[in-house]
Design a protein around this ligand. Structure first.
Ligand code: SAM
Length: 441
């Protein structure tokens, strides 16, 4: 085993800096497109790692991502014929991932576009299909009317598979035609003047988005075909994505020999507000078309998804849980001790987050076979001028569970999608890819 691990270390170590730092990666890579979602993984960086590790197994390889986000990790695994399973707490990620891990033919996508076009052309109604608190703050009247036409046309499409593809295109249009300033992931309304001067047609946006999505989806499906992975118009391995809170459980009975993931770097409120980003699109998409088993009242407030994500809630029995974590991670203890009394609120948030991350690691480990590889992409961040060394903390947490680090790779994350005005981007510039192996005894 040791020999194999050394070989892996050597071959992963030979991945060029150009690939790791994304200087030559293809921004228009199929997997990144279809819908903008915050903090997406760069497939070309993960590809050589996934390929390398998958090749070390004889037979089937099953990949798990407990924080699937835009599912770029999963679709990269599909390219190499892996069975993939992912879950996320954000229903928008689930919708997007259900679409991206499906096989669609060009004909079916073009046919559904034409059918939507003819329904829209024939629709003269000005009825509004969606109401929610403050809708007029977020959408101009004419925008609501056009979005409602699109809503009616999509809802009347008979195939759920096609409806999902169309809802994803609509989600992108909703964000762009709402009154939200898209420069940050937090919801932030535009100025009155700005809103008045904007004359956007959601229907026009929708068809240009749809045209692009059809091309992107097609390019992914052609890769699957070229790699001999399509049979009877379906991906011939398993690809399953579900709504799930990884802090509670990983919702599958299956076991995996590869885990590839990139968790959030801290609680969503202070890092990336995935939930706020998704709030307006989710108002317009029927939950039953996303996943019937969603167990989160995600439209209750704009903060619901973020506060239900890891690190989002204050811990019960804080002191006891903190002490238990300090047993596992000295780095976390040192960090916590360096905060003054005035800084306790922020310090506690770091503990909440690491506690939740630790629990999701336990849940994930339960789903891994002996000798499984784990690839964690993590970044450090600053809290009140102290560095939260997520990489070292993760290594210590895993070491306390008997999981060894095999090797690590550094990467520059300037290429990652982070809005410039979000102070998060100023506090983080390096990402680490840590590769572990679960024990074999
Ligand atoms: C950095 S993103 C993942 C990126 C993804 N690996 C990709 O390839 O695009 C982190 C994700 O973790 C999700 N998340 C946060 N807390 C969660 C929880 N308790 N259960 C499941 N997913 C969670 C967020 O919704 C977000 O989509």
């Amino acid at each position: 085993m040791e020999v194999l691990d050394n070989e892996i270390k050597k071959s992963l170590g030979s991945i060029s800096n150009e690939i790791l730092n994304g200087t030559n990666y293809n921004r228009s890579d199929f997997a990144r497109k279809i819908l903008n979602y915050p903090a997406m993984m760069v497939p070309s960086v993960q590809e050589p790692i996934i390929k390398n590790l998958a090749e070390t197994f004889n037979g089937e390889v099953s990949l798990l991502d407990p924080f699937m986000g835009a599912s770029n990790t999963l679709v990269t695994g599909m390219k190499y014929g892996l069975n993939v399973f992912g879950q996320d707490i954000n229903p928008l990620s689930v919708l997007l991932s259900k679409v991206k891990t499906q096989y669609y033919t060009e004909e079916e996508l073009k046919a559904s576009k034409e059918s939507i076009q003819s329904k829209i052309d024939a629709d003269t109604s000005i009825k509004k299909e969606v109401r929610f608190h403050n809708i007029d703050k977020w959408f101009k009247n004419d925008v609501q009317i056009e979005l409602s036409k699109l809503y009616r046309a999509i809802a009347s499409e008979r195939s759920l598979k096609k409806r999902r593809f169309l809802w994803v295109a609509l989600a992108e249009v909703i964000r762009l035609t709402s009154n939200d300033r898209t420069s940050t992931f937090k919801l932030h309304v535009r100025s009155k003047d700005d809103i008045e001067n904007r004359n956007l047609s959601p229907i026009k946006y929708f068809f240009s988005t749809l045209n692009r999505s059809i091309v992107d989806m097609n390019s992914f499906c052609s890769v699957l075909e070229e790699n001999g992975l399509v049979e009877a118009k379906k991906y011939n391995k398993q690809a399953k994505v579900v709504w799930g809170d990884s802090l509670k459980s990983i919702r599958t009975k299956k076991k995996f020999n590869l885990l590839v993931t990139s968790p959030p770097y801290g609680d969503n409120q202070t890092t990336v507000t995935y939930g706020q980003f998704s709030f307006l699109p989710l108002q317009w998409i029927p939950v039953e078309d996303i996943d019937k088993e969603i167990g989160l009242d995600y439209l209750k407030t704009a903060q619901e998804i973020d506060s239900s994500s890891i690190g989002g809630k204050m811990l019960q029995d804080f002191t006891k849980k903190k002490e238990a974590l300090f047993e596992k991670s000295n780095t976390l203890k040192h960090l916590f001790d360096s905060f003054s009394d005035d800084e306790q609120k922020k310090a506690k948030k770091v503990i909440n987050f690491i506690h939740d991350l630790d629990k999701t690691i336990d849940n994930s480990l339960r789903k891994l076979n002996e000798g499984a590889y784990m690839v964690w992409t993590v970044g450090n961040r600053n809290v009140n001028k102290r560095v939260v060394k997520n990489d070292e903390i993760l290594m210590e947490l895993l070491a306390s569970k008997g999981v060894d680090l095999i090797t690590d790779l550094d990467r520059d994350i300037l290429s990652k999608r982070m809005p410039g005005r979000n102070n998060f981007s100023n506090t983080m510039s390096k990402e680490k890819i840590l590769i572990f192996k679960t024990s074999t005894n």
